[in-house]
Design a protein around this ligand. Structure first.
Ligand code: NAD
Ligand code: WQD
Length: 346
């Protein structure tokens, strides 16, 4: 049992990881400014995990750029945190091109602030939400962790900067335990349909878009590009079920706390790629709902193919994904169907 601080724990990935960590017997303190999430997500996490004791999940509304807000969260428990799991940040690629200052402030300065408060409180263990976006246009697919870091948008630049900052912390003094987890494409939801992804406005990402077409909120899906050098011309991605991702975090925390102080970097993906058209087919098959779609132009900044080489994490943690593309479609749909308008019922 560990005491953990979860930044951004109310968000899509954070809420699912909170559930897995509570089920693993850990006590959690969440700090979130709710700029991209609802208070309801963590209430539902409590319901799902049947947490009766409020002390097992404490929630603070605060901004990671504000040291006072962070210190409040650190003061919530008597001892030091065993680890911080750091999800808080901004993640929309398109928006990052329009507002780079905001992205550098929240993602980089926010993390700098968090590390300073951690250091002041003698906590030197952190799991960081990194991204496959770091690989830009990769030379090698499936892509191993050793591939070049050359992101192609401001969001990716901020993730690369944070990984560099974490490496600098690890070399500055002994004792830091750091895991950079590079997620590929997290999708799906908890199978209960009680928690899931709830984007603001029209979704940018494929799974929320398809789900909103299926539920009747959007008319049709546009497939971005049908002339990519892939199996059917649409782009290929490594989609990973958010519950697999959540379990990967639990393994990474255990691994860090068991071993010697070190910095580890892992891809979290399945190693399998599916095209947009294959995803549409799988979704239609699982749900029995037809998804109207039309072929459109390539989206600026997209790559043909992004797939993880997940062998390092399998070797070091003995962890690999268990859930299939059908599971991802089934669970995304369970969430969307039960919550057509996400956490707020319009
Ligand atoms: P999300 O937006 O659902 O969750 C992020 C949470 O952080 C939200 O609850 C938001 O309110 C909170 N937050 C934002 N700014 C904050 C601040 N200044 N102070 C405190 N809280 C703040 O996003 P997500 O999909 O759950 O992603 C979590 C992390 O994983 C992010 O760092 C993201 O960059 C990274 N990531 C996501 C994906 C993906 O496709 N979803 C892929 C790779 C990496
Ligand atoms: C998947 C595929 C689109 C919407 C993004 C970020 C990445 C990481 C994960 C954070 C692509 C196609 C999409 C639509 C479509 N996030 N598509 N029609 O772009 O692979 O990755 O999320 O770190 O950094 O860039 O995910 O879900 O947007 O797209 O055809 O309406 O679906 O072109 O091939 P992406 P996505």
């Amino acid at each position: 049992m560990s005491q953990l601080l979860i930044t951004g724990g109310a968000g899509f990935i954070g809420s699912h990881v909170c559930l897995s960590l509570l089920e693993g017997g850990n006590n959690l303190v969440v700090i979130d400014d709710f700029s991209n999430s609802s208070h309801q997500s963590l209430q539902r996490v409590c319901e799902l995990s049947s947490v009766k004791d409020e002390r097992r999940l404490k929630v603070f509304q605060g901004d990671i750029r504000n040291p006072k807000d962070l210190q409040n969260a650190f003061d919530a428990i008597d001892s030091a945190f065993d680890a911080v799991v750091h999800f808080a940040g901004l993640k929309a690629v398109g928006e990052s091109c329009k507002s780079p200052l905001r992205y550098w402030d929240v993602n980089v300065n926010g993390t700098r602030c968090l590390l300073e408060v951690m250091k002041n409180n003698d906590c030197r263990t952190i799991v960081f939400s990194s991204s496959a976006t770091l690989y830009g246009y990769p030379d090698q697919v499936p892509t191993p962790e050793s591939a070049d870091i050359r992101p192609v948008n401001p969001y990716g630049h901020t993730k690369a900067a944070v990984e560099q900052l974490l490496a600098d912390m690890a070399s500055s003094e002994p004792g830091w335990r750091i895991a950079c987890l590079r997620y590929f494409n997290p999708v799906g939801a908890h199978p209960s349909g009680l928690i899931g992804e709830d984007p603001n406005g029209t979704p940018n990402n494929l799974f929320p878009y398809i789900s909103q077409v299926a539920v009747g909120r959007l008319k049709e899906l546009e497939v971005f590009g049908c002339d990519w050098p892939t199996i059917d011309g649409s782009a290929v991605r490594d989609y990973i079920h958010v519950m697999d991702l959540a379990e990967g975090h639990c393994e990474a925390i255990d691994f860090l706390n068991r071993g010697k102080p070190q910095l580890i970097t892992f891809n979290l993906g399945t190693g399998n790629g599916y095209s947009v058209v294959q995803v549409i087919d799988a979704f239609e098959k699982v749900t029995g709902i037809e998804i109207p779609y039309r072929m459109g132009l390539r989206r600026i900044g997209d790559v043909a193919c992004s797939v993880a080489d997940p062998s390092l994490v399998a070797e070091r943690l003995g962890w690999k994904t268990k859930r299939s593309l059908s599971d991802m479609c089934r669970d995304s749909w369970a969430w969307q169907k039960a919550n057509p308008y996400g956490y707020c019922h319009h």
